[in-house]
Design a protein around this ligand. Sequence first.
Ligand code: SAH
Length: 325
Amino acid sequence: MTPLERALRDRIQADGPITVEAYMEACNSYYYATRDPLGQRGDFTTAPEVSQMFGEMIGAALADCWRRAGSPPDAIYAELGPGRGTLATDALRLMRAAGFAGEVHFVETSPVLREAQAEAVSQAHWHDSIDDLPAKPLLLVANEFLDALPIRQHVAGVERRVLAAAGGLAFERDGEIVETSPARDEAVNSIATCLAAKGGAALIIDYGHERSAPGDSLQAMRAHRYAPVLAEPGEQDLTAHVDFQAVANAARNAGAAVTPLVAQGEWLIRLGIEARAQALSRANPKRAADVQEALERLTGPKQMGRLFKVLGLHSPEWPAPAGFA
Ligand code: SAH
């Protein structure tokens, strides 16, 4: 039995079954606080870890948007759940070259990942919550952040819960599932409120669907394989598909403008990732096959190109970021 399962069993014994939301929140807090989950030897690989080209396209889009907004000097680079800091390193290299000299702010709760981020990016500022970001124009990115925030599941209108059974944890009821995520709505509300008040643009990249629809999307990943979500609590990555319709609604309600939702592959190609791949291959012909493979992984419809999607949020006073129209 994992240490977290022991704690959850005690909690359930004392207070009764816990909601899926409380379960996901407990699992992910423990999971991220105790390890660096990324990469070949970890549990999953994210787009910035596949290739520098991913962060570079994001940096190019943010720098371009900032320039078209008149290059406000008080704008900051902000990232939610920056992992190892790889995306920030690649994006900021482009943004610095484009003249952006603003501060770097990370929202990250994991002490292990904060350490990795500090090694990758010097002079960053860390915060526990989006609400703690300074009130300044934001150039914000969140890659695979919203999928880790807890969701609620409802069956026939009743919130789904987890109980302690003889052989392990179990769901209290099954049936058609409807998911909501107040934690995500709140995160998006915070970003959008800041964009509307202070200016700026945000890029949200995640896997998910364009329209709200019923279905169970909670999943667990361990060592790059799917695993049962109630097995080994705290030792595997729990995520759920992002409902981009809910994200767009929360952003609009808070006063931000919202771009159309675009598949990651299409967005990266519009931003010029193919030319960047060619340049990298020309500069280092020995790596050409690797670059081609990474390009395919990021943009290919059977790989990350279609499942992952990009949504832009921006201040109504700012231009929309590129790649959405
Ligand atoms: N964006 C990175 C990492 C994605 S993994 C990449 O693309 O490689 C999810 C990240 O979000 C991790 O850095 C994790 O520690 C962080 N995270 C998860 N839940 C969080 C929360 N509630 N508040 C702040 N950070 C969180």
